[in-house]
Design a binder for this molecule. Structure first.
Ligand code: ZN
Length: 274
């Protein structure tokens, strides 16, 4: 497959906590879950380190391992945890975490794995509507806690405090039954990922998006999933991120589209048949 991608941090003052890597047969996209200012995480390395370390472990494994995507993710979580469990408290409920989306071509088939709220969009030959794979358990639980944050203007100290309270409330639901699952220090989270395999010749193209890029559809409602595939096809992933930023700049305080972050790290990958 051909793969193109683009990624951009929310601001130039902070590291990009998204991670993207690809080979001709595999793509890995992670979105590190932020530790808001003033919040404890038990880890001295930080979220960007976690996403980059797990992400590079996964892309290496995808080129070598015959294991399933679930097995590769479980092993990756274990390996990454072993790199800091002697210096950091990896059992801390705020320990760095990440969403994971992976795509791998093996012979005539394309396998996928999606853990948490990154989005995989598959353009299937003969189908008008793209197939969209994302795990919205975090978003569903988040609805219980976001009312106070959404009522405040983004960028104000009150909003920052409300975001911290929201993230800390969500930690009680992280990686437990009835809650939501992300890659962190528990390899069992891999078993909670959505996975599947399709014949490669049924797929025209695929898009992998972090939620900072998918918000054009699922938060701003300014585009459909089909539009996303068309933008990627005609203009490439950089243009998709430009359109996200334009929308964000048109609503800097989150009055039209309440959101935890005015801008978020945004990543998009486009895979298509050569
Ligand atoms: Zn650490």
């Amino acid at each position: 497959m051909r793969v193109t991608f683009a990624t951009e941090p929310a601001s130039l003052n902070r590291p990009n906590e998204d991670f993207i890597a690809a080979t001709p047969d595999a793509v890995v996209l992670l979105d590190g879950a932020g530790t808001p200012a003033g919040s404890e995480s038990g880890c001295s390395h930080g979220v960007a380190w976690y996403a980059r370390t797990l992400g590079s472990t996964l892309i290496a494994a995808l080129t070598q391992s015959a294991g399933t995507l679930t097995e590769i993710l479980a092993e990756g979580i274990k390996a990454t945890t072993s790199l800091h469990d002697f210096t950091c408290d990896v059992t801390h409920p705020g320990s760095p975490s990440a969403t994971v989306a992976m795509l791998r071509r093996t012979g005539d088939h394309l396998g996928y794995l999606v853990l948490a709220d990154s989005v995989l969009v598959l353009d299937l030959i003969g189908e008008d509507k793209p197939m969209v794979i994302t795990d919205d358990r975090e978003g569903q639980i988040g609805k219980r806690y976001r009312t106070a944050m959404d009522a405040l203007d983004s960028g104000t100290p009150d909003h920052t405090a409300a975001l911290r309270a929201y993230v800390e409330a969500m930690r009680a639901h992280r990686n437990r039954d009835g809650g939501f699952w992300v890659a962190s220090s528990d390899p069992l989270a891999a078993e909670q990922a959505l996975t599947g395999t399709l014949p490669a010749d049924q797929i025209r193209a695929a898009a992998l998006l972090s939620d900072g890029a998918s918000r054009l559809v699922d938060r701003f409602h300014l585009a459909t999933w089909r539009d996303i595939l068309d933008i990627l096809d005609q203009h490439g992933p950089g243009e998709l991120i430009c359109r996200v930023r334009e929308a964000e700049h048109s609503d800097p305080h989150g009055e039209r589209w309440p959101r935890g972050k005015s801008h978020d790290d945004a990543t998009a990958a486009h895979c298509y048949r050569a």
